[in-house]
Design a binder for this molecule. Structure first.
Ligand SMILES: [Mg+2]
Length: 323
């Protein structure tokens, strides 16, 4: 078992590169449907397509993940300050692959406009039921390094809600982020993917009932957390932009494969919101298998690979209590 308080370099870099490589694999085929991808599957890093970007180009998923990693590398997460970093990305193209923002979700855009109008980051995220896209889920992974050694699940939940809520105010999005981060926390602790999954299948429903989360909200995740997701049929899995389906698809790909490459390619080839499904899946896969398991050609040819490496080092240093 690893020391919870000290994620190693392979885990931190694995998480950040894991998100970005998955994202970049999905960018050229974003919005394409499964029937097309079944005939023309993605098998490696390619470019152009949907956004006409060169190979190795990651999108908003990674940009916002890196904003959170930057925040955590300096301090404890503060919603208003983190919101200002998101605005720096949106307005000044900070932490973009090629100094240009080419992909942003509707709810995130609305939230960032609200922040600009002076609304506090505590309430900037739109909270309508239809505003449950995967835009908070896709950027939340670095928070696991902050939450790792916090033994209080209620406190972890509250910090997750505040961090997710900057752009997504509905409890369903918060619960998706919580499930994802709890899975990541189990992985960080050294559990196998299957054991990590089985453990959250027990802990999350218990937490939902003790924390007073409305039962109908918990119910959206009952199939995902029934302990049998790995045997689910591909026809029942959708890589859509809806946060529940997005998380379920990412976990399913993770549990159905045994390498980083297989997991993210399976995620991309589900179709629809390909970059985000693969980013969400790839983050956990990178955390579990480690950065060196990510094919070198994919990692080295990623836009701003050196800066991502350097950010990983700073983030790891922040949580390194061993020396
Ligand atoms: Mg994207």
């Amino acid at each position: 078992m690893n020391n919870l308080t000290s994620p190693d370099r392979s885990q931190v870099a694995g998480a950040l590169f894991g998100v970005a490589v998955g994202d970049a694999l999905g960018v050229p085929v974003e919005f394409l449907d499964r029937q097309y991808l079944d005939r023309n599957p993605v098998t490696g890093m390619q470019g152009y397509g949907t956004w006409n970007q060169p190979p190795g180009t990651w999108s908003d998923d990674s940009s916002m993940t890196f904003c959170l990693a930057e925040e955590l590398s300096r301090t404890s997460p503060d919603p208003d300050h983190l919101g200002s970093l998101f605005l720096r990305w949106y307005r000044d193209a900070w932490w973009t692959a090629h100094d240009q923002v080419f992909d942003i979700g509707g709810t995130t855009r609305e939230a960032l406009h609200r922040l600009e109008q002076g609304i506090s980051a505590i309430s900037s995220g739109p909270s309508g039921e239809r505003q449950n896209g995967n835009g908070a889920l896709m950027r939340i992974l670095p928070l696991v390094f902050h939450l790792a050694d916090d033994p209080d699940e209620t406190e972890r939940w509250q910090i997750t809600c505040r961090t997710a809520g900057i752009t997504h105010g509905h409890i369903r999005s918060h619960l998706a982020c919580h499930i994802y981060l709890e899975m990541a926390r189990q992985i960080l602790e050294g559990h196998s993917l299957m054991n990590a999954y089985i453990r959250i299948c027990h802990t999350i429903p218990n937490f939902c009932s003790t924390a007073g989360i409305p039962i109908d909200e918990c119910d959206h995740y009952s199939r995902m957390l029934d302990g049998n997701l790995q045997s689910g049929d591909r026809d029942d899995i959708r890589g859509s932009g809806y946060v529940v389906q997005s998380l379920e698809a990412a976990l399913w790909c993770l549990l159905a494969t045994s390498s980083y490459a297989d997991a993210v390619l399976m995620a991309v080839n589900l179709g629809e919101d390909t970059d985000t499904t693969a980013a969400v899946c790839g983050g956990l896969a990178g955390l579990h298998y480690g950065v060196d398991s990510i094919p070198t050609a994919w990692r080295k040819n990623l836009a701003k690979a050196n800066q991502i490496e350097e950010l990983s080092r700073r983030l790891q240093h922040r949580y390194d209590t061993t020396g």
